[in-house]
Design a protein around this ligand. Structure first.
Ligand SMILES: *Cc1c(COP(=O)(O)O)cnc(C)c1O
Length: 338
């Protein structure tokens, strides 16, 4: 199957499978897994933090960050479209007793600084204590401008807030701007990064922060059932995600642009090319097209997409130009028939 639903579907590389089979391992709950320790040290250095923690998912890394920055009755500011608000089961509220304060995301994915400022609660018994600002980069495939991030960092600092980055796809943001990942992450007190999306590791994310934050996160991770034992098997692949897969993301971005241009020539699709910045293409579908039926027909022809009024198509290591050509050809033929 050719799969455009997400970059989470990427298969681990042969090099990853080989590294996994040969990984030196120990009990990571005791801190004894040499491969996990190498991964965490490498990531901390690469992204400019004291410490890093390997987690089983991005959702867990974000939850650990929120629970380590905020206590019960505290609040974090985030976007209405933020993954750690909208797509993580309300974990911060359910498991952390932390109140989310979602704010409107602008078309470019940013949150207006004036909206952030206005949402910071004064010290008053009526209010939750505003502790944290959480941004996301990339967000919906869009890159937050570096100047905006610097302004948000200053605003947070001036109000005594910590600032977290949901950087599930921060490597895409860095590659798209031709800068180091550290140039983005250096603006934040903590960062989560997914290794199992475009970076192709089978499992795992990282949380980065200072030693105190990571020490707290280790406690929460254990409580949440996320303490893994011979996790070096996974960390071996995760190391290669960071050393061998980051530069390759440029191909995914070029392929997304190629796909967007091709879809733009089909009358039923409306694409804003200015939003095609990394590995995602959003195609607004003309009213009257049944995308559920379209997805089913495509599936019968060996291509997977997620049906929606605005389709999200994601490029990654396991879809190439020929696969994109096939998708476009099949779409054209199906839409002609309907
Ligand atoms: C995928 C994703 C996550 C969570 O990752 P999982 O590993 O699926 O839990 C968090 N934030 C963003 C922006 C994501 O895209």
């Amino acid at each position: 199957m050719i799969d455009f639903r997400s970059d989470t579907v990427t298969q681990p590389t042969q090099a990853m499978r080989l590294a996994m089979s040969r990984a030196e391992v120990g009990d990571d709950v005791y801190g004894d897994d040499p491969t996990v320790n190498e991964l965490q040290q490498m990531a901390a250095q690469m992204f400019g933090f004291d410490a890093a923690l390997f987690t089983c998912s991005g959702t867990q890394a974000n939850l650990l960050a929120l629970m380590s920055h905020c206590d019960r009755g505290d609040e974090y500011l985030c976007g209405q479209q933020a993954h750690n608000y909208k797509f993580e089961g309300g974990g911060a509220a359910v498991l952390g007793s932390i109140q989310p304060q979602p704010l409107t995301n602008q078309g470019d994915g940013s949150i207006l600084l004036s909206d952030i400022q206005a949402a910071i609660k004064p010290d008053d018994v009526h209010f939750a204590r505003t502790r944290l600002l959480s941004l996301e980069n990339t967000i919906g495939g869009k890159v937050l401008p570096q100047s905006y991030i610097a302004q948000a960092q200053a605003l947070a600092f001036n109000h005594g807030l910590k600032i977290h980055l949901d950087g599930a796809r921060v490597a895409n943001a860095a590659v798209a701007q031709n800068i180091a990942i550290g140039d983005i992450t250096s603006h934040f007190d903590s960062v989560s990064i997914c290794l199992s999306k475009g970076l192709c590791a089978p499992v795992g994310s990282l949380l980065l922060g200072d030693s105190r934050l990571i020490a707290k996160a280790i406690r929460w991770r254990k409580m949440l059932g996320g303490g893994m034992r011979q996790a070096g098997i996974l960390a071996a692949a995760a190391k290669l995600a960071l050393t061998e897969q980051v530069e390759r993301l440029g191909e995914d971005h070029a392929n997304a642009a190629y796909l967007a241009r091709a879809l733009g020539e089909i009358a039923e699709f409306d694409i804003d090319m200015s939003l095609v910045q990394t590995n995602m293409v959003y195609a607004k579908v003309a009213a009257g097209v049944d995308t559920g039926a379209l997805a089913a027909e495509l599936k019968a022809r060996g291509v997977l997409i997620s049906p929606a009024a605005t389709l999200r198509l994601v490029t990654h290591k396991d879809v190439g130009r020929a696969d994109i050509d096939k998708l476009v050809l099949e779409l054209k033929s199906l839409l002609r028939q309907s």
